[in-house]
Write a protein that binds this ligand. Structure first.
Ligand code: ADP
Ligand code: MG
Length: 355
């Protein structure tokens, strides 16, 4: 939608007809990620290609790049698709990441705890999201031999007793210009992002450090387009949790809250246009996610008028067909004088939607 409003024609590649992006673009090509014919048909119609989902197989993106400039490139995906490779790459470059170790068995997890300390969070290296594929272990007794039975790759991380979670979305153009958004502060519920506010309640010094870490991360990965760097704040230090090379849920409030939205910034970055101003148009902004739990068991949506009566609150729905518990279906945004007051407003609006 951001690209269309700037005069670009948009073609979407997706796996099924009528996926959210396909509902609002000029042309659609559907196919599986490994459907070479469909990918060629799609990419040969493009001048520049980007993505909004980082688990697209990196060979698919490499295939796209044979036809048109593709940002981010396949190497970035290959790194961020594997938590060990991601953390290893960033820590080798001197960036601060949560302490971690590779694990593949009960014994190696016990060994990892000797250096990391209990409690730990153990995550699958690949394809986890919204807390899926993760478990916490408080001590040796919590580890079952079956935990690692599938033979996959796992990473153990020290469980960080953080003061807050923040994210920094940085845009980087083809020619290397960079620009960050204001710092977002994120509250999770059941490991799923629940509410984002901005500006984050951190010192200017910490905000500057967080922006520097995000920019350096984009440069180390040579990522073009958007990169979201999720961080933990602990004793006035930042530590990278994970990165995503695409528009991020925590950046959705930029649609209303910033002079340039993350989506427009992504278009500018991949088309090598000057990046837009990212400062806030208000004192504070907040976003509350709308999960599938708000829908009835029969799949009926809640009565949106209830939330919209809390004025001014903006409603965004993504056009996902099927509502499932824990699935992100949309969000509410509010702007105002302070992040605290608007966070209260989006929460109040959302609580009116409970069945
Ligand atoms: P994903 O978002 O892909 O599910 P994350 O690694 O971001 O995976 O984990 C989801 C959430 O779980 C984080 O936002 C954070 O709240 C919590 N979490 C993850 N890793 C740690 C950690 N090492 N210490 C403390 N909390 C963590
Ligand atoms: Mg995350």
């Amino acid at each position: 939608m951001a690209a269309a409003s700037m005069g670009y024609e948009v073609i979407v590649f997706c796996q099924q007809e009528n996926e959210p992006a396909a509902q609002v673009c000029h042309r659609v090509v559907t196919g599986a990620w490994d459907d070479r014919e469909a990918i060629d048909r799609f990419a040969s119609q493009c001048d520049v290609i980007s993505l909004e989902f980082e688990n697209i197989p990196s060979p698919t993106i490499a295939d796209c790049a044979r036809h048109a400039a593709t940002h981010p490139h396949a190497n970035v995906l290959a790194i961020v698709q594997d938590r060990l490779l991601e953390k290893g790459t960033l820590s080798d470059a001197g960036l601060p990441v949560t302490p971690f170790a590779p694990v593949d068995s009960r014994e190696s997890a016990v060994e990892a705890a000797e250096s990391l300390g209990w409690p730990m969070i153990i995550k699958t290296c690949r394809s986890g999201y919204d807390g899926k594929g993760q478990f916490q272990v408080g001590g040796e007794a919590d580890l079952q031999p079956s935990d690692f039975a599938d033979g996959g790759r796992w990473i153990a991380e020290k469980r960080i007793d953080f003061d807050r979670e923040i994210s920094v979305v940085v845009a980087r153009t083809v020619s290397g210009q960079v620009q960050t958004f204001p710092i977002f502060e994120n509250q999770h519920r059941n490991h799923i992002l629940d509410v984002t506010t901005t500006p984050a309640a951190v010192s200017e010094q910490l905000a500057e450090r967080a922006r520097q870490v995000a920019i350096e991360t984009a440069e180390v990965l040579d990522a073009v387009g958007l990169l979201c760097v999720e961080m933990f704040v602990c004793d006035e230090q930042v530590m990278i949790n994970e990165v995503a090379p695409r528009p991020h849920n925590s950046g959705h409030l930029t649609i209303e809250a910033c002079h340039t939205s993350q989506f427009e910034q992504q278009v500018r970055a991949i088309c090598n246009l000057p990046l837009g101003r990212t400062d806030l148009v208000c004192g504070g902004a907040a976003m509350a996610n709308l999960l599938g739990d708000l829908w009835s068991a029969d799949g009926d949506p809640p009565d949106w008028t209830q939330a919209l009566e809390v004025d001014p609150v903006r409603l965004h729905l993504y056009g996902k067909r099927l509502a499932k518990p824990g699935r992100k279906m949309g969000h509410l945004t509010a702007l105002g004088d302070t992040p605290e007051s608007v966070a209260e407003r989006v929460r109040a609006a959302r609580s009116r939607l409970q069945h």
